[in-house]
Design a protein around this ligand. Structure first.
Ligand code: DC
Length: 222
């Protein structure tokens, strides 16, 4: 396989898609694009303008109006990119507990998906991109030459999440595990590997080892 212009990485929450995607994009000199950011940005704006997230139509209408941009980092505060909604920096706000709670619902609305997928496709079509999400390989970029579906056991994903948050108040492992299981259920409507996806089970594998595995896969299928 010559260097694929579009690589998609899908898989459940906590499987390590962002870490792998960012590292792989850096290695290849590609744009790293996390599609989940767009669902989060829309959820944040919907909450800020006081929409009831349980009502599909106003949220779907808002999806047509808000300008969501993901650009290279504008500040050196540990961010991988800057997220703007109508020109306003919301990079950290989209990680709030309120957004976390509402985003799965927003991401279910067909009108929301249609609009955000259209925008994601425009970014993907420019090429030189590692696109991360749930349906990047199945729906957004079905012709991508390399599609990766990342898997990790529930226990491993919960362990990673607790380590990520170890700077703050540590959450009990079983609570984190059930939160991830709940997220899996909510995301189940889009979560499936593309028929031609490469499955990568990464329990006990470091991100560097995963990147090495993928680079080797690209060479071997040349
Ligand atoms: O990957 P994440 O946690 O930032 O995703 C946030 C939510 O958006 C999650 O509920 C799944 C959903 N999502 C989606 O439905 N399709 C995508 N391509 C990316 C995310």
């Amino acid at each position: 396989m010559s260097q694929p212009l579009v690589i998609t990485i899908d898989g459940p929450a906590g499987a390590g898609k962002s870490t792998l995607g960012a590292l792989l994009a850096e290695r290849l000199g590609y744009l790293y694009f996390d599609t989940g950011v767009m669902y989060r940005a829309l959820t944040l704006v919907a909450l800020r303008v006081g929409l009831d997230l349980a009502q599909a139509e106003p949220v779907e209408a808002l999806a047509q109006q808000v300008e969501i941009e993901v650009v290279p980092p504008t500040q050196a505060d540990g961010r991988q990119y800057t997220v703007l909604t109508d020109g306003q920096d919301v990079t950290w706000d989209i990680r709030s507990p309120e957004v976390e709670r509402g985003v799965s619902l927003v991401a279910r609305y067909p009108g929301v998906r249609r609009e955000l997928i259209r925008q994601q496709q425009q970014i993907g079509q420019r090429g030189h991109v590692v696109m991360v999400g749930r349906d990047a390989g199945t729906v957004v970029m079905p012709d991508a030459p390399l599609k990766i579906y990342l898997e990790a056991s529930l226990d491993e994903r919960a362990r990673r999440r607790t380590q990520e948050h170890s700077g703050g108040a540590a959450q009990p492992l079983d609570l984190v595990r059930s939160a991830i299981a709940r997220r899996d259920d909510l995301d189940a409507h889009v979560l499936r590997p593309a028929a031609d996806a490469v499955l990568l089970q990464n329990d006990g594998l470091s991100p560097e080892a995963e990147v090495a595995w993928i680079m080797d896969y690209i060479t071997r299928h040349g």
